[in-house]
Design a protein around this ligand. Structure first.
Ligand code: FAD
Length: 834
């Protein structure tokens, strides 16, 4: 009868014990656990502190009694293994209840002692309010503190997943929470551009972030700990959680002769055997070669520990048949409403391993955009630039993040490539996914680079090329550009590109950006096929760039109030924590969820026009760009943004109507919004009677008007058709006038697409798609344009030539000549010909 001893009674230890029993009914199995409990849910501990898990007993998956009852495994708790005597094949155990030591013999010894939190020798770290979290007894102490009415402030040192889970749970319990992180980003398992999203979310939830600022010392003032940072900042708290990493808990192996790595990790082969064939090890305490880099790593995660336990028991029973292939460190965390997940290598890991890589990023909906409650997610993959082998993936979002990362993890595990991602067949119906899932999309983007259809760059490369003098081309619409753009970029919407190629230099590197990357790719294809060779498309578009750059700026200018206001999300409290002035005026609530950009901004403009100074609008929108757009819009228009918060992907902005006299105030009263500028106009010449071009004109005009611009649309030649009434009254015309009258479309309802019209099918499809996507039809846009004050002028000269009479045109139109147009154009910064 074999005798198995196991050190450690939680994930790896209990798992090995259970599998050993299932494979060998006769063996004697004893498990030693230093603590009071075995097989508890360490991953659930933060949620117990946050009162999400309300019953303490739910933390215990097993008890020693149940272990014995169901598995016939003896679990000796409060029993610390102090040494291994390999020659005698015994272990020395300290019975912590009796404080006596004894020896226990083994045939095979399995080590799963886990990893313990790092506590560096920082001055003052011994204060009882500075706690670490690993076990149930740790969380009991933490919870006792949190439950105490005297504990109001907490500092979490370390922005990894345990630190942030604790920050969330402490915040949910009503504490004021600060997170201190020595690196320049939180969640080192993802890259900076995605971490930027998490950081903005944390701030939006009221967590104060101190990045790139390590703890220099802890100062004690009775029950209060003052955390002094390297920058000199001092943060007072009644509770400090230290969460700055873990180290293999292997001090007891020091004199055992078992081979350990520099960090104390136990070295094992693919059957978990140490340098002693009768001693095996699993879990957080071992190091094993990464299947991706072939470099030995320690990965302190529960999934690998549990799987290793099963394989280890099988290797003992079967005699080393199924080798372990290593872990790619797939992990996930909930940070308030957000989900953050990653698998495989990050950019940092790839650089350290000196492996060639490229990235592809998509910002997509978790399911079909037209189906309600779409939430945005950002998915990024890293892959080999030539073979397309997937190195890693990371995602941040609100729903469906786990699914995408799990799928890609499976492909990485099987050494898959980006071609596998492109072909991946998902279970699709609108509430669950899209016909082209984000996983497919990142595959497509990557394949385009491998097949040299596209050359993507990330936000840092874009910054570098900009510094080196690249031509920065922004191909979004004018109103998107107006709401924020890369400094120095030139705006030519991708739809205009073919007609404006002469404005783009051929002898410079062209860096294209759109909002998310897709239109940038379309523009890149146009340029490449027109002889441009040095063209780069910004991966993830302005959205990725802007978030990362804002975070960097915030970091560089920390402490400066002006930059603080630039942050993506602001809350409605003053520096001292008090709430900003409350208004007695009217408060209107608007739900613009489901509207796409610039729909929410237009809606906001419409509503605010009906309010008095000091009235407020509380507006909800699901368009993820709204959080940033509303800030720019308020700046442009002189309205005050009181707060912006997000909950489960829905952005809520509170905007207070500004003074109507803001432009009349003296300059000494402060900077005036752009709306006061005398050349604050935009003119559009609408020359075409194509449905798509008419739509584009109204989108641009309405967006510009919503941003406070004085907009004139000048309809000339075929563009006059847009203004024709559906049922034209009988009017007297000459022969040519009658001919034109018959040939021209009768009004906006009858316009056709400029291409792919397919006898009207294309136009019908476009209208139905717009309806599904909640985009207004052209007649609605026309009505909106009137409401937001767009001036629409029909060209007198064209009307004369084409025999069109005033009575044939819709109401609310001015008839004017070139002089009217020129007068307005001279006051415009933007002048478009469509
Ligand atoms: P452990 O589970 O830590 O077990 C080791 C046990 O060995 C300990 O109980 C220890 O007391 C005992 N021991 C050590 N030395 C001796 C000795 N000399 N004698 C006797 N007993 C000894 N992972 C995830 O994948 N997802 C998560 O969401 C997640 N959340 C976590 C949240 C928290 C708060 C913590 C602390 C960890 C979390 N983890 C998570 C990590 C996960 O819990 C570990 O990866 C996993 O438990 C490792 O299993 P293990 O058996 O190696 O070590």
């Amino acid at each position: 009868m074999a005798k198995y001893l196991i050190v450690g009674g939680v994930a790896g230890g209990a798992g090995t014990a259970a599998r050993l029993r299932r494979r060998d009914e006769k063996a004697e199995i004893i498990m030693f656990e230093r603590g009071e409990y075995i097989s508890y849910a360490n991953c659930g501990l933060p949620y117990y502190a946050g009162d999400v898990i309300t019953e303490r007993s739910r933390l215990f998956v097993m008890t020693p009694e149940r272990f014995m009852e169901s598995l016939n495994v003896e679990a000796r708790v409060l029993s610390e293994v102090k040494a291994i005597n390999r020659k005698a094949k015994t272990i020395t155990v300290l019975d912590l209840k009796k404080n006596t030591e004894y020896e226990e013999r083994y045939d095979t010894l399995i080590l799963s002692p886990g990893a313990s939190p790092v506590r560096p020798p920082i001055p003052g770290i011994d204060h009882p309010s500075i706690m670490s979290l690993r076990s149930v007894s740790d969380i009991d102490k933490i919870k006792e503190k949190v439950d105490s009415p005297n504990v109001k402030r907490a500092v979490v040192v370390g922005g990894g997943f345990i630190g942030l889970e604790m920050a969330e749970n402490l915040k949910e319990r009503g504490l004021e929470v600060s997170v201190v992180e020595a690196l320049e980003q939180v969640m080192n398992i993802i890259d900076y551009d995605l971490a930027a999203d998490v950081q903005q979310h944390l701030r939006a939830k009221g967590v104060a972030l101190f990045l790139k600022d390590g703890v220099a010392s802890f100062e004690h003032h009775g029950s209060i700990v003052s955390v002094r940072l390297a920058s000199g900042t001092l943060i007072d708290a009644e509770l400090v959680i230290l969460s700055i990493g873990v180290r293999p808990d292997t001090a007891f192996l020091k004199d055992s002769g078992i081979a350990l790595a520099k960090n104390g990790a136990i070295k094992v082969d693919e059957y978990f055997t140490t340098n002693d064939k009768d001693i095996r090890a699993v879990g957080d305490a071992i190091e094993f070669a990464s299947p991706l880099t072939k470099v030995a790593v320690t990965v302190p995660l529960a999934g690998p520990a549990n799987k290793q336990a099963r394989l280890c028991a099988d290797a003992i029973i079967d005699g080393n048949k199924k080798p372990y292939t290593g872990t790619i460190a797939t992990s996930i965390a909930k940070i308030f409403d957000m989900t953050v997940a990653s698998t495989g290598l990050t950019e940092k890991g790839l650089k350290q391993a000196n492996l060639p890589f490229r990235s592809a990023t998509t910002h997509a909906g978790n399911h079909a955009g037209y189906y309600p409650n779409t939430k945005q997610l950002t998915l990024k993959i890293l892959y080999h630039p030539q073979s397309g082998k997937i190195w890693g993936a990371q995602a941040v979002g609100y729903d469906g993040v786990d699914k995408r990362i799990d799928v890609i993890s499976a492909f990485i595990g099987k050494e898959g490539t980006v071609y596998d991602l492109a072909e991946f067949e998902q279970a699709y119906a609108p509430p669950f996914s899209s016909a082209k899932d984000p996983v497919n999309m990142v595959g497509f983007i990557a394949i385009n680079t491998i097949e040299l259809l596209s050359d993507t760059i990330d936000w840092q490369e874009a910054q570098q090329l900009k510094r080196e003098g690249a031509f920065m081309l922004d191909v979004r619409s004018a109103e998107e550009y107006e709401l924020g753009a890369i400094q120095g970029s030139v705006n030519i919407a991708h739809t205009e590109l073919r007609n404006r190629l002469s404005e783009i230099p051929k002898d410079r590197v062209i860096v294209i950006n759109c909002a998310m990357g897709l239109r940038g790719y379309l523009a890149e294809r146009i340029l490449r096929q027109n002889g441009y060779t040095q063209v780069k498309n910004l991966s993830g578009g302005f959205k990725s760039y802007d978030k990362a750059v804002r975070e960097k700026e915030l970091l560089e200018h920390r402490g400066q109030a002006s930059i603080k206001e630039e942050s993506a999300y602001i809350d409605n409290r003053n520096e001292d924590g008090s709430f900003r002035k409350r208004t007695e005026n009217k408060i209107s609530k608007i739900d613009a969820c489901g509207l796409q950009c610039p729909g929410p901004i237009i809606r906001l403009k419409k509503e605010i026009d009906n309010l008095e100074q000091g009235d407020r609008i509380v507006m909800k929108a699901s368009d993820p760009g709204f959080g940033i757009d509303v800030q720019s819009w308020c700046k442009l228009t002189g309205n005050e943004l009181i707060s912006v918060t997000t909950t489960e992907g829905v952005i809520e902005a509170v905007v207070e109507k500004g003074s109507p006299d803001i432009c009349k105030m003296p300059s000494s009263a402060g900077e005036k919004p752009a709306i006061c500028s005398t050349d604050n106009g935009a003119t559009l010449i609408v020359f075409s009677n194509d449905l798509d071009k008419a739509l584009a004109s109204f989108v641009l005009a309405n967006g510009a008007a919503a941003s406070g611009k004085k907009v004139t649309m000048f309809f000339t030649f075929w563009g006059l058709s847009v203004l024709r009434k559906k049922n034209t009254p009988p009017v007297k015309k000459d022969f040519m006038g009658k001919m034109f009258g018959m040939m021209l479309p009768k009004g906006m309802e009858k316009l056709s697409l400029s291409s792919m019209n397919m006898g009207g099918m294309g136009s019908a499809m476009m209208k139905s798609r717009m309806k599904k996507k909640h985009v207004d039809q052209v007649h609605q846009m026309f009505e909106d344009a009137k409401k937001v004050g767009v001036k629409m002028v029909a060209c007198q000269m064209s009307m004369d030539i084409m025999g069109i009479k005033k009575e044939e045109l819709v109401d609310g139109i001015e008839i004017g000549g070139v002089a009217t147009y020129m007068a307005d154009a001279s006051e415009s910064k933007v002048n478009l010909f469509i």
